[in-house]
Write a protein that binds this ligand. Structure first.
Ligand SMILES: [Zn+2]
Length: 305
């Protein structure tokens, strides 16, 4: 369902009660037409004349944002330069996801196999995981787009969720589309190899400085009120976890031992939580060490400084 935010600027809501493994996308109509993100599902995209879309932009390379990109065969696709190679090379894609750390964190446990037999995947082209897309080019921070008829927007690099994560700001209308900085109740997600706690904090601060009137994002309906407060609550989930980790480090711990507290993933409903739990701890430790609050006293053992 298309939900207009301003003249020529709409969000496309997935045709599903639960927004994952879908994402809310944007549809923008000037003289040229553009779509931002491609995770709304086959059914939702039937509302758009795909052949008429000139430009497609991907906020980042996570499958719930890219899977319908393969349906837009006449559209020029762009993404942040930081993620460029991950659309052509599965090896690069898996590296960004953090699988280079699998052996270190998970030992001899076999790599997970995604369940692609779920009914939901009838509405999603391709299988979960790496999706190959041909890009027409890349974008960089502060790059301007002018689609004609007064529709302009600017790319804003918002790393932290992952290194190639971008938002898009429509200054005249005061609309920011912030991708997976989505103010959902679970708080930030930072379980990639290229996630970064310090960058996540800075990206949220930058959004607060931009101070949009309408805050649209990938997994929650657009907000028009209490945007700053929602961002604070959201970031607070991550910062509370960091405080818990810091407190536990009064005593020396390994990443494995810290992961046993299950500070991030209480339930194991998906196949990756054990790995992500360790990656979260790893990213918090990196941030706490950058701050000088934690030290690695021996290889793999951490404690308050
Ligand atoms: Zn994502």
């Amino acid at each position: 369902m298309l939900l207009p935010l301003a003249k020529g600027i709409s969000v496309l809501m997935p045709n599903a009660p639960n927004f994952y493994p879908y994402c809310i996308c944007m549809y923008i109509e000037g003289e040229q037409r553009a779509v931002i993100d491609f995770g709304a599902g086959i059914k939702a995209f039937e509302e758009i004349d795909k052949k008429s879309v000139d430009i497609g932009i991907l906020t980042h390379n996570h499958p719930d944002h890219t899977h319908c990109g393969v349906l837009f065969t006449d559209t020029r696709l762009y993404t942040g330069k930081e993620g460029e190679q991950s659309y052509s090379s599965e090896e690069n894609y898996l590296k960004l996801r953090g699988f280079g750390l699998w052996k270190q964190f998970m030992g001899d446990k076999p790599l997970p196999v995604a369940d692609d037999t779920l009914r939901i995947y009838k509405d999603i082209p391709g299988k979960p995981g790496f999706i190959k897309l041909d890009l027409a080019g890349t974008i960089t921070d502060r790059q301007q787009f002018d689609l004609g008829r007064g529709i302009r927007f600017t790319a804003v690099h918002l790393p932290g969720h992952c290194i190639d994560h971008y938002g898009f700001y429509f200054e005249k209308e005061g609309i920011l589309f912030a991708g997976d900085i989505d103010t959902t109740r679970g708080g930030p997600w930072y379980g990639d190899g290229c996630s970064n706690v310090g960058q996540f904090i800075k990206s949220v601060q930058l959004i607060k400085e931009i101070d949009p009137h309408i805050f649209a994002s990938s997994h929650r309906r657009p907000l028009t009120e209490h945007i700053g407060q929602s961002l604070d609550t959201y970031l607070g989930v991550m910062m509370d976890r960091e405080q818990q980790i810091y407190d536990l480090l009064r005593e020396p711990h390994t990443i494995e031992q810290m992961a046993e507290y299950q500070l991030a993933f209480k339930k194991r409903i998906f196949y990756m939580e054990d790995f992500w739990e360790r990656l979260y701890v790893h990213h918090h430790l990196q941030h706490l060490m950058e701050l000088g609050a934690v030290v690695e006293i021996q290889s793999g053992i951490f404690r308050q400084a």
